[in-house]
Write a protein that binds this ligand. Structure first.
Ligand code: SF4
Length: 351
């Protein structure tokens, strides 16, 4: 596979596993090539995430402090008032976020709650922010209502490989998740879908997970790759740490398989050194959550993010609507030309 190869949806498990186990430098080189073909390598999309309803979730996801099945000491909260959500969105916009993600710990939204959620979507959208929600499983009708209210993205993760899935969640099936993703797509929304690494899965599971994502009929526009945060009280609190290099490899392969998707460095970032985050950006991650909170777990302070961006010469990606197609095409051509002239990469394998 080279940077110019076309977008594929027919990856085999073996192909993905071969990518995951490539020599590290070759893998990062390939991921950078793909990344630079489709994105400005020095821009990272910035989202802010707010928990609009916390805890007491009926699902049993074994990593999650919000599951009502485990005692993690998390304070439960009812659905947040619409105005409070809008105030938070306004504050997020002022700190430079272009997308506002709202998460509720539900199996799926209820009839009673959905009208409030729709109001939140309309209000946040009116501020000029992109909107994203994660509310659990959606029926076709619910997906359509959310889409009509102006919801741009819906987040629903596959979490892991199909094979490992029932070690992690028993209250909903892999197929349930695929069905929700299909309902979201059919309603015309963009898909945010990824998973969590370091839950005790092996490399074959990470390959299976990436293959599932890459072989969806359309690649998710946003692919969050999380590193497990081990929460005391959850069944995964003592699971063995994932080798950080394996995590970076997962990011790189996600980038190669889904060249046009934003790969998001998501939960677990607060446990990463700046150097590890820099490696992830090099491997093709180009989206982060920014701010004080990542749903219920700590997120690195916003100032630390700003400092890291400065040190790496990274700037927040502007909203896509800020640029015309012509501007984007011109920028891409210029970048390709600059790279060709600077011989930034010397590909020893092909020399
Ligand atoms: S991950 Fe979502 S669905 Fe699973 S327990 Fe947590 S809040 Fe509920």
């Amino acid at each position: 596979m080279t940077a110019s190869a076309s977008i594929r949806h027919d990856w085999t498990h073996q192909e993905v596993q071969d990518l995951l186990s490539k020599p590290f430098n070759d893998l990062i080189f390939e991921a950078q090539q793909v990344h630079r073909t489709h994105f400005n390598p020095n821009e990272v999309q910035v989202s802010t995430l707010l928990s609009i309803k916390t805890g007491a979730c009926p699902e049993d996801c074994m990593y999650c402090p919000q599951s009502g099945h485990y005692n993690t000491g998390l304070e439960k909260e009812k659905l947040m008032e619409v105005q409070k959500v809008l105030d938070e969105a306004k504050a997020a916009r002022e700190t430079g976020a272009t997308r506002f993600c709202m998460g509720a710990a539900w199996r799926s939204p209820t009839k009673k709650d959905l009208p409030y959620v729709l109001e939140m979507v309309r209000g946040v959208k009116e501020m000029g922010l992109e909107t994203c929600m994660t509310l659990g499983m959606l029926t076709e009708e619910q997906a359509t209502e959310l889409s009509e209210a102006g919801l741009d993205y819906y987040n629903h993760n596959l979490d892991t490989s199909e094979r490992y899935y029932n070690q992690i969640i028993t209250t909903r099936t892999y197929q349930d998740r695929l069905d929700t993703l299909e309902n979201v797509r059919n309603a015309g929304m963009k898909v945010c879908c990824g998973g969590i690494m370091g839950m005790g899965e092996d490399e074959a599971d990470r390959a299976g997970f990436l293959m599932e994502l890459a072989n969806l009929p359309e690649h998710p526009e946003s692919v969050p790759i999380n590193l497990l945060i081990k929460i005391p009280g959850t069944p995964l609190e003592n699971v063995e740490d994932l080798d950080p290099i394996e995590f970076v490899r997962t990011i790189a392969v996600a980038r190669i398989l889904m060249p046009k998707s934003h790969v998001r460095l998501s939960a677990g970032r607060e446990d990463m050194t700046d150097e590890m985050q820099a490696l992830c950006f090099m491997a093709g991650a180009n989206s982060i959550f920014y701010g004080d909170q990542l749903l219920t777990t700590d997120n690195p302070e916003a100032d630390a993010d700003r400092r890291l961006f400065e040190r790496l010469g990274i700037r927040p990606e502007p909203l896509a609507t800020d640029r015309s197609d012509e501007d984007e095409a011109a920028e891409l051509t210029e970048r390709v030309e600059q790279e060709r002239q600077s011989h930034l990469f010397y590909d020893a394998a092909n020399a």
